[in-house]
Design a binder for this molecule. Structure first.
Ligand code: ADP
Ligand code: ADP
Length: 229
């Protein structure tokens, strides 16, 4: 479980607070969706969980441990991160991209190869057809699948996904959503998922956090209870 305790982030030189006094429990194994307009602190909250940035005040606990006491390498293993622009390395093959974290973990070549094939299968890309391609030889949806596979590389407990399907056309987006729900059902990871799209939030989320301007959460509840209001 992830526990956020009065988490606050003010970027230097900014008038507004990006995240303000955010307190929230994210239960293990659930998909929690952050939804809300641009600029209300969703990405900043993800980066704080990941320790890509440090909070101004407040705490983050991961399975009862303060994340500031976990070394950054270990945190990268525990938390996978996938973003809209995929961040795939353009000069590395699909296999090389997916192998990023396993290599960092010092796995041998055979184990890495097997892992890459397993993950390509999982995200619906035929390994022999795709492992040696470069990102630019793939469609946006395929790149996104590789981005998800890469984030899963080290078998993290937690996945942070920042608008992973934001740039995908509606038809492929629905296919990716369904596939992602299948992967979640299979692997049972804790997932924090950011979207602008309330329909996507309702479809994907076990719980939804509705962010509002000023970096606060207006509501945090199940889709059913949010819709009933
Ligand atoms: P969201 O993900 O909801 O679109 P962000 O977390 O990206 O919101 O941004 C929240 C606020 O923090 C915005 O006002 C944004 O301009 C500001 N912000 C985000 N990143 C930085 C940064 N690196 N430096 C300064 N201000 C930032
Ligand atoms: P999104 O809305 O998808 O979260 P943004 O366009 O807000 O993305 O941010 C893109 C990048 O720019 C992020 O790395 C964020 O940290 C940075 N950023 C956002 N707002 C600011 C800002 N006001 N000053 C500096 N960097 C910013």
């Amino acid at each position: 479980m992830i526990r956020l305790e009065r988490l606050t982030k003010c970027y230097p030189g900014q008038q507004t607070t990006a995240v303000r006094e955010l307190t929230m429990d994210i239960p293990a194994g659930e998909i929690v969706v952050f939804v809300g307009p641009s600029g209300c602190g969703k990405t900043t909250t993800m980066k704080l969980i990941n320790r890509l940035i440090e909070p101004t005040s407040g705490r983050i606990h991961l399975d009862g441990t303060d994340v500031t006491e976990v070394n950054p390498d270990q945190l990268r293993r525990k938390i996978g991160y996938a973003i809209q622009q995929t961040g795939l390395f353009p000069h590395r093959t699909v296999a090389d991209n997916i192998a990023t974290v396993p290599r960092m973990l010092g796995w041998d070549a055979k184990r890495i190869d097997a892992r890459v094939d397993e993950l390509l299968d999982l995200v619906g890309l035929e390994p022999t057809a795709y492992r040696n391609r470069y990102p630019k030889q793939l469609s946006g949806g395929q790149q996104q699948r590789v981005g998800v596979a890469r984030a899963l590389g080290g078998d993290p407990d937690v996945m942070l996904m920042d608008e992973p399907f934001g740039a995908i056309d509606p038809l492929n987006r629905e296919a990716l959503q369904n596939e992602f729900l299948r992967i979640h059902a299979e692997l049972g990871k804790t997932i924090v998922f950011v979207t602008h799209d309330i329909d996507e939030a309702i479809k994907m989320g076990d719980r939804i956090a509705i962010f509002r301007e000023g970096g606060q959460v207006a509501q945090y509840d199940t889709p059913e209870r949010i819709l009933a209001q």
